[in-house]
Design a protein around this ligand. Structure first.
Ligand code: ADP
Length: 197
């Protein structure tokens, strides 16, 4: 079974591409979603968050106060590193377990906003990055998340640049406005189905 990573800057179109692949029957592991679940549900992870940050990082219903955490970690790279040190090893473990459960697939996809930054691409056989111009991405995220331009720009500063991602990736999908994504995804799917591990 081939392990494929799909990454790209915020708003580049990772989730859109993964939805297409999912419809083609490819198992998709959404790292960001699993990371969020861990912070809401994993007792040991929550205990560490409270120790490293503060008890009021959690709301009364037991869920992480994402707004509050974002305002801390997106203003302080060291705090982001501390949060990642809690989340990333657990996401890695969950991914390994999930791969065991999906062993019969020809290939599986790990979708992650940060794949190179976290070093987790070392565990993957191939990495795909999605490229879209910054202006397109900002417009899309503002619309999708109903947030202002500054918030989007700030999040981008904590991610690799397109140049850095393109340099390390095996495949690049282009998702700027007006470009047809579907044929690119179909071609990638064909290649990955025939790729030998
Ligand atoms: P990511 O997962 O990389 O953050 P998404 O796949 O969620 O990005 O895409 C961001 C937003 O932009 C979504 O609302 C999606 O529907 C929209 N979008 C994705 N690709 C395009 C495109 N080619 N043209 C217009 N909108 C797009």
């Amino acid at each position: 079974m081939l392990k494929v990573g799909i990454t790209g800057g915020i708003g580049s179109g990772k989730s859109t591409i993964c939805r297409i692949l999912e419809n083609l029957g490819v198992p998709i592991f959404n790292s960001d979603k699993v990371g969020r679940q861990i912070l809401d549900e994993d007792y040991q992870a929550k205990k560490e968050v409270v120790r490293v940050f503060d008890a009021d990082m959690y709301k009364s219903n037991g869920e992480l106060d994402r707004e509050r955490m974002a305002s801390v970690v997106f203003n302080d790279p060291r705090a982001l590193n501390r949060l990642n040190a809690i989340v990333h090893p657990r996401v890695k473990e969950a991914f390994e377990q999930w791969c065991q459960e999906n062993q019969d697939a020809t290939y599986v996809v790990k979708e992650a906003a940060v794949l190179f930054e976290s070093g987790s691409y070392h565990d993957l056989d191939k990495v795909v990055t999605v490229f879209a111009p910054q202006e397109d991405r900002i417009k899309r995220v503002m619309k999708r998340d109903n947030v202002g331009v500054e918030k989007v720009r700030k999040r981008m500063t904590f991610q690799y640049t397109d140049e850095e991602r393109n340099e390390l990736a095996d495949f690049i999908l282009m998702n700027e406005e007006g470009v047809d994504l579907l044929p690119q995804v179909m071609e990638l799917h064909e290649i990955l189905l025939n790729e030998k591990k």
